[in-house]
Structure formats: structure tokens, C-alpha cells
Design a protein around this ligand. Structure first.
Ligand SMILES: Cc1ncc(COP(=O)(O)O)c(C=O)c1O
Length: 461
């Protein structure tokens, strides 16, 4: 790291360069702010001084309204698994558009996508569609409460499960508020959630088996569900220890509680998600993101015993939504999954692995940067520390120690034509669509090499 004043100079230069390259985006941002707070409708994609406005995407390339071109390492946070404007997905969506968009009735593509998902994910005997990952975790939790007739939910510190009330606690708590690692303080992630909701949510420390055991034990009489991502993604792509997941599986079964895996993001790690990789089957699974081929989607499902509660013919739970099972999302989803066989996942994961090796061995190593690209399969996260990162606090402390460095890297990479997330500089490898022919092709490591060269340049203080 350079000294403070040199760092400030770098940052200022990156901001000036960024503004210079994105004048039209700035105009649009200022116009958008008149009617939308922050000029947008999605907090996660905001950054200072203002985000670039994207005009189009093709394969692994994004173009902004200012004419800048970027290698897209973000894939809309894992959604665009085949890149942008994939010809087969577009054709499937267009075919559905020409037949009509929404009918207020079931249709065949919905059953087709449900069938594919149930075949792939070990826990899914039956499922239902909704419109987002948020809804998927929300309905999973409600189903667990209905099934057990209990109220308490245990979630892990540092895991993001969407934006509904029950899961808006201890998502990214600051270290000065978080309290004892063995007994994390429940920290509201947003105002506006009634205390009555919070009272039924208990926070456990991810990967801390002894402390989690204690917290579950203390809540055993009213435990409806434990919800967990089998790999914690937003806070740093940190896998759960297998013993940790095995314990959660065993204890929830013993107590008659429901184990929910949030695989909204981790489902991208293999054909049958992380549950297949680790051989642990939850009672319910929440899905979203890539399974709709770039269209809005969510899904939740699990054992027939629990899911049959949602049957209008005899079940006790209602689950409606004007756009549930939207025909265009279903059609795009079927096509997307059709192109994702085991070999495709292997290729994609190999790219993730290559990226991590390249950046660790060819960038961070030679430059002496104390940082690591950590990840699972195709999802990588940059931790600015050389110490082990096994839970939210390890990641958060490392992030707090380097201040604005991830922000500088983010702006620097944007200025060099590399599109990534600001938070944790999260990265996904590139989809396999050939930029020139617009046809699917094998994934190429060329853009990865280009990205790595940019990282080297930016971190060569
Ligand atoms: C693990 C996880 N669960 C749930 C969600 C919520 O999904 P959505 O943004 O579709 O509501 C997200 C979103 O990023 C997520 O990362």
C-alpha cells in the first residue's frame, strides 16, 4: 500500500479519469435522480461518484452510454451465465413473446423448467416459482414456520438472503457493533423492521460449530428453521466446513426443524448446486438468478411433504403472485439450463480456478500485495489480506483494514475496461460466447489474461 497522501492522489486521479470517461452517464444520473432516489432502483449496484449507465451487452462485453467497452466479470451478480444476448436464449424468449407474455393461467414451459430443476437438485421433489431470490427465501421461511408451527429462525452473521424483514439482520454488521464472536449481536441491517419480527430471528456465527451448537440448543423449543448459504457468497465466497453443514443437517432433523439452503447464488457452482457437491440434502432450497436466463425469477422447493402445503387443492398455504412462473422467464430458463450440462459447469468452474491461480500467483505474488482471490467454482472474491478467511469477521476485518483500496481498484479496473463489483471486487469468469460470431463457443482465457494484466497495472503502486 502506498502512503496516505500518494493513495489519495491515486484515488483522485481514478475519479477524475472515471468522470472524464463517463460524461453522458453523469448526465443520465443527474436526470434519473430527479425521480428516483440515488438515480436507480438497486442499492447494490450504486457506487460513487455515480455508476456508468449500460447501453448493451453482447457475450462477455458490456457497452456504456459513453461508448466505453468493458469485459463483464460481474454477469449481473451471477445471472448472465451464458453472457449477454445469447442467440439461443434470445430466440426462446422471442418465441414466447410472440405467443404472448402473461396469461393468468399455468403453461407448459413452467412445468418443463420445474422438471429440469427437480431432476438436478437433490432436495427438490416439488417446487414453486416466484419472481426473485428474496421471495424464494421468504416463502421458504414461511413454509418452515407453517410446517413446524414454530417461529424462531436462525440465520448466520454476514449472510445476505435478500430484502424481506426476517433476513434483514446482521447482514454486513460493522465490527464495532457485532459483539462477541461466539454470541453475535443481532444488528438491524435496515430501519423499518418491527421488533416483533426481529425477536424471532437469532444470529449464529458461520463456521463456528461450538457457538452455533449453543445457540441452537438455546432455541430448540421454538426452532422453525435454520437458513444458510452452503458457501457464504456476498461476504467473501467462504465455504461452510462440511462438519458444520453436517451438524446443521443432523440437529434440524433431530429437532423437527427445517434446514433451508439458500442456493440463489451457489446453485451456479455445479449442476445440482452445493448440496450436490457436499452430499447434504436440505429440506428446502431457495433458487434464483441464472435459472431464468436473465429474466426475473425465483424458485423454492423441497420435500413433497412440505411443498404440498402450497397445493390449492387441499394445502393450507396460499402462494400467489401476478408474475409467478412468467412465461418469458420460463422459456429463457429452459434454454439456459439446456446449455448447462455437467461439462459446461466443469468448464466454467475451471475458468474460475484459472482466474484465482493467475491473480494469486501472477499478480498478488510478484507485486507483494497482501491479498488473495478466494472462491468456489466460478465465483471469486478478493480479500485484501494474506491471513485465512473462514467467516464473515475475518473478511470484514480485512476489508476495514484497507479502507478505500477495493474502491480504488474498482474504479481503476473500470477505467481499464474491466467490469466488476465494488464490494469485495467480486468476480465471475467469462461466459462462452464468441464476441465476433455471437455463437456459443468454449470459454476463453484470453479476457482473463487481459484482466490480470489490468490488475497488475492498477496495483503497481
Ligand atoms: C444468497 C442470496 N439470496 C437471496 C438473494 C436475493 O435475490 P434477489 O435479488 O433476486 O431478490 C440474493 C441476491 O443477491 C443472494 O445473493
Amino acid at each position: 500500500m502506498p502512503d496516505k497522501s500518494t493513495f489519495a492522489e491515486y484515488l483522485e486521479k481514478a475519479q477524475v479519469d472515471y468522470r472524464f470517461r463517463t460524461l453522458r452517464s453523469m448526465e443520465l444520473y443527474n436526470r434519473s435522480r430527479r425521480h428516483m432516489p440515488g438515480g436507480d432502483t438497486r442499492t447494490a449496484v450504486f457506487f460513487l461518484p455515480y455508476p456508468s449507465f449500460i447501453k448493451s451487452g453482447q457475450g462477455y462485453i458490456l457497452r456504456d452510454v459513453d461508448g466505453n467497452q468493458y469485459i463483464d466479470h460481474l454477469n449481473n451478480y451471477t445471472v448472465q451465465i451464458h453472457g449477454h444476448n445469447h442467440p439461443r436464449i434470445r430466440a426462446a424468449a422471442e418465441a414466447q413473446l410472440s405467443r404472448g407474455t402473461s396469461f393468468g393461467a399455468p403453461h407448459d414451459k413452467q412445468a418443463e423448467l420445474a422438471g429440469i430443476l427437480c431432476q438436478r437438485f437433490p432436495s427438490l421433489e416439488k417446487l414453486r416459482f416466484c419472481n426473485s431470490g428474496t421471495e424464494a427465501t421468504m416463502f421458504s421461511i414461511r413454509a418452515a414456520r407453517a410446517h413446524t408451527a414454530k417461529s424462531t429462525i436462525i440465520k448466520m452473521e454476514g449472510i445476505y438472503h435478500g430484502t424481506h424483514d426476517t433476513v434483514e439482520t446482521s447482514v454486513f454488521p460493522s465490527m464495532d457493533q457485532a459483539g462477541d464472536f461466539n454470541r453475535p449481536n443481532p444488528i438491524p441491517s435496515t430501519p423499518g423492521v418491527p421488533q416483533g419480527v426481529r425477536d424471532h430471528v437469532k444470529i449464529a456465527p458461520f463456521n463456528n460449530l461450538a457457538a452455533t451448537k449453543q445457540i441452537i440448543e438455546q432455541n430448540r423449543d421454538d426452532l422453525a428453521a435454520v437458513i444458510v448459504e452452503p458457501v457464504m457468497t456476498a461476504a467473501g465466497v467462504i465455504p461452510a466446513d462440511p462438519e458444520y453443514l453436517e451438524y446443521l443437517r443432523g440437529i434440524t432433523r433431530e429437532l423437527g426443524a427445517v434446514l433451508i439452503f439458500d442456493e440463489v447464488v451457489t446453485s451456479r457452482m455445479s449442476l445440482g448446486g452445493v448440496q450436490e457437491m457436499v452430499g447434504i440434502t436440505p429440506d428446502l432450497t431457495a433458487l434464483g438468478k441464472y435459472i431464468g436466463g436473465g429474466m426475473p425469477i425465483g424458485a423454492f422447493g423441497g420435500s413433497a411433504e412440505i411443498m404440498d402445503m402450497f397445493s390449492p387443492a387441499g394445502g393450507c398455504m396460499s402462494h400467489s403472485g401476478t408474475f409467478n412462473g412468467h412465461p418469458v422467464s420460463m422459456a429463457a430458463g429452459v434454454e439456459t439450463l439446456d446449455m448447462l450440462d455437467r461439462t459446461a459447469f466443469e468448464r466454467l468452474n475451471k475458468l474460475g480456478h484459472s482466474f484465482r491461480s493467475m491473480i494469486n500467483e501472477d499478480v498478488f505474488g510478484p507485486l507483494g500485495v497482501r491479498a488473495q482471490a478466494k472462491g468456489v467454482g466460478s465465483i471469486s472474491y478478493i480479500h485484501y489480506t494474506d491471513r485465512p478467511v473462514n467467516n464473515y469477521r475475518d473478511a470484514k476485518r480485512a476489508g476495514e483494514a484497507v479502507g478505500d483500496l477495493p474502491y480504488l481498484v474498482h474504479l481503476g479496473l473500470l477505467n481499464h475496461g474491466i467490469w466488476i463489483a465494488e464490494r469485495g471486487n467480486t468476480l465471475f469468469p467469462l461466459p462462452w460466447i464468441n464476441k465476433q460470431s455471437n455463437r456459443p463457443s468454449k470459454p476463453s482465457s484470453k479476457p482473463l489474461l487481459k484482466s490480470c494484466r489490468c490488475w497488475s497495472r492498477i496495483l503497481s503502486f
